[in-house]
Design a protein around this ligand. Structure first.
Ligand SMILES: Cc1ncc(COP(=O)(O)O)c(C=O)c1O
Length: 272
């Protein structure tokens, strides 16, 4: 692992570095991105930085210093060739008072690069009893306030799954803790709209461009009738679901087609 903090590489990426009163640490006042690295090159970096800037604006953080972030990315990737890796870019409110109010200090910017294990081709998911709030102040933003996801994922793991699927407050299917969901009904590929409160996933957007799917909001119970279900995300690519809430599913032709399409298109769309 290699880490860069506020303009400098850290001599020890595991050593102490962030101030204890950093607002990202104390109250989750920060935004982040996870970017896949393929053969040393970040995948879809421009899209990720655009979403990071959007999330930062949503929290009212100062404008994201795009060139500075790219310098950090270059610095960590220059330390080690990663055949398959993950960048984590974090931008927080910086050093602040211990309450929710933000201080006057500059933001904190961190870039970390690490190896990424290839994702399994298939997985199990469960729906969770807690809703995503599609009307909340943080809806659609990728913030470091991820403890709800931590709780939901722990719930899923206790049930033998690797992802938890949320409905929103309207009872409509929304997303996973770190993935978007696609499903097939009557042969039609569908995914929740962005109005569901899901994150505007980069993988979701790319699959919609490359393959197409109907964006629609419908009750989460639709999963019980789906012929196929798959997840998409930076770390999972297209991952077939073979068990949802205990119901076994086949890896169907639509999922297989999307998986093949992803494998073909990803190398063409690397974006340094
Ligand atoms: C809540 C949430 N939804 C969806 C996704 C998938 O987004 P992406 O395809 O950009 O990785 C993520 C990614 O981490 C996420 O955290």
């Amino acid at each position: 692992m290699h880490a860069w903090l506020n303009g400098s590489l850290l001599p020890d990426p595991h050593g102490p570095a962030i101030t204890v009163s950093d607002h990202g640490m104390t109250v989750g006042d920060g935004v982040f991105e996870a970017v896949k690295v393929v053969d040393g090159v970040p995948f879809a970096l421009t899209r990720h930085l655009a979403r990071l800037a959007f999330s930062a604006r949503g929290l009212g953080l100062p404008d994201l210093p795009d060139a500075e972030v790219r310098r950090g990315v270059d610095a960590v990737l220059a330390q080690e060739h990663l055949p398959l890796g993950r960048l984590r870019i974090t931008y927080t409110g910086g050093v602040a008072p211990l309450g929710s109010g933000r201080g006057d200090n500059p933001p904190t910017l961190v870039v970390v690069a690490d190896v990424l294990a290839p994702s399994a081709p298939t997985t199990n998911v469960v729906t969770v009893p807690w809703p995503r709030n599609e009307r909340g102040a943080l809806a659609g933003l990728k913030t470091t306030s991820y403890a709800e996801n931590v709780v939901a994922l722990a719930h899923a793991r206790e049930r033998g799954a690797t992802e938890a699927l949320f409905a929103n407050t309207a009872g409509h299917l929304c997303e996973g803790t770190g993935s978007n969901v696609f499903y097939v009904v009557d042969g039609e590929l569908r995914t929740p709209t962005l109005a569901s409160g899901c994150l505007a996933g980069i993988s979701r957007a790319l699959l919609l461009e490359w393959h197409g799917a109907r964006e629609v909001d419908e009750p989460v119970e639709v999963l019980a009738d789906a012929e196929e279900i798959f997840l998409v995300s930076t770390t999972r690519d297209v991952q077939a679901v073979t068990r949802c809430d205990g119901r076994a599913l086949e890896v169907g032709p639509v999922t297989e087609g999307c998986r093949k399409l992803w494998a073909e298109r990803e190398p063409q769309d690397l974006d340094p």
